[in-house]
Design a binder for this molecule. Sequence first.
Ligand code: URA
Length: 211
Amino acid sequence: MQKTQLKNYIEYLKSQPKGFTYESAEEKLLEIKKSCTNCSHCPLANQGRSKVVFGIGNPSAELMFVGEGPGRDEDKQGIPFVGRAGQLLTKMIEAMGLSRDDVYISNVVKCRPPSNRVPLPDEMDACTQHILWKEIALIQPKIICALGSTAAKAMLGQDIKISKIRGIFQKADCIDIMPTYHPAYLLRNPEAKVSVWEDLKKIMSKIQPQG
Ligand code: URA
């Protein structure tokens, strides 16, 4: 995580009572979700979004997936990763022996950028500070799988290159971040699925220790 972002995250953690229970993390996430239904913290609020797409899944998940931002289907339904790339992500999760309900799935930005363009740094900063860092602080996952360049940059710094760091765990405070290719990239480049499967296996070995 970039320094300022990591600082915000740690300060948020410190401001919370110790030992969240499942219910309190769930309640708090719901509170944040409600408070951002009409979010206007960045220009994406006025660029044709239909719905703010909040994260979904298990509030006490060990594994969290973070993508870039909602696409057309997600914007319509208000649920992350439900379009073609989302269906592939669901298959990847199931191949790991898990279900979408076992993990938590979110995005760097919660509103669809026009024509699915890459979110701008200001939009990423606003949305991560108001929502993503709080989701991470509440869920406290053991591992975050950063799906694609935008997610990896949001958590590890703007100058990273996904092709260089994918498959290598990066430590951010007490969380292990595994950068890998985005499922939308896999739809365009199916040969990269082999590499992503290797990355997912590394995650599996940390959350399901053998013997
Ligand atoms: N791509 C993303 O990065 N996130 C979604 O929710 C859907 C597609």
